[in-house]
Design a protein around this ligand. Sequence first.
Ligand code: DX5
Ligand code: ZN
Length: 223
Amino acid sequence: MKKIEISASILSADFARLGEEVDKVIEAGADRIHIDVMDNHYVPNLTVGPLVCQALKHHGVKVPLDVHLMIQPVDALIPAFAQAGATRITFHPEASLHVERTLQLIRDCGCEAGLALNPATPLSCLDYVLDQLSVILVMSVNPGFGGQHFLPSALKKIKQIRHLISTHRQTVCLEVDGGVKADNVRMIVEAGADTLCVGSAIFGAHDYHQALTKLRESLTALP
Ligand code: DX5
Ligand code: ZN
């Protein structure tokens, strides 16, 4: 079975000690770092910009940096995040007037491109662009905040997207974001996810190593 990757969302980290927090979570076994960018417009919350991505890069973070843009409009900030060291840039199709153009822009900037699907976003947004995607991010909460409860309707969507990916023989990653915890990772992965974005279930724990071990152990029983 393909290794399930865990992307740690820094949204629930202690921002006063961000470099240290990220070092600790990587040391504990996180495969990637997920940076939630919110603009108080597309979503009600307001978080960080390219400076923070660049600061983590300068701090010496070597694992991939996944930038999840919850901003509208999207295009203007893409070159800045690419310059700041983003590996992957994911956006919400509702936030771009020209989805295909935005995907092209991300790739032209040298990054992997992804689409994030809100709980009510239909799969039809993947039509015609599947071959341009490195990742499909299934939101299992409404975007904007960490620490929300996993919406079970995401499971059906994950299964449908996994089917779509195999039908089209694409190599796109299928990531799930929102409310991912040790008690639901198994069903999320069984539904077809290969990447788990986890925020509060790691950063809300006293011991990150223990939290990541618990997540991985909940997966080991899988066939
Ligand atoms: C929500 C963000 C998520 C969030 C996940 O809008 O996209 O990445 O930080 O946090 P948890 O794991 O706490 O739901
Ligand atoms: Zn996110």
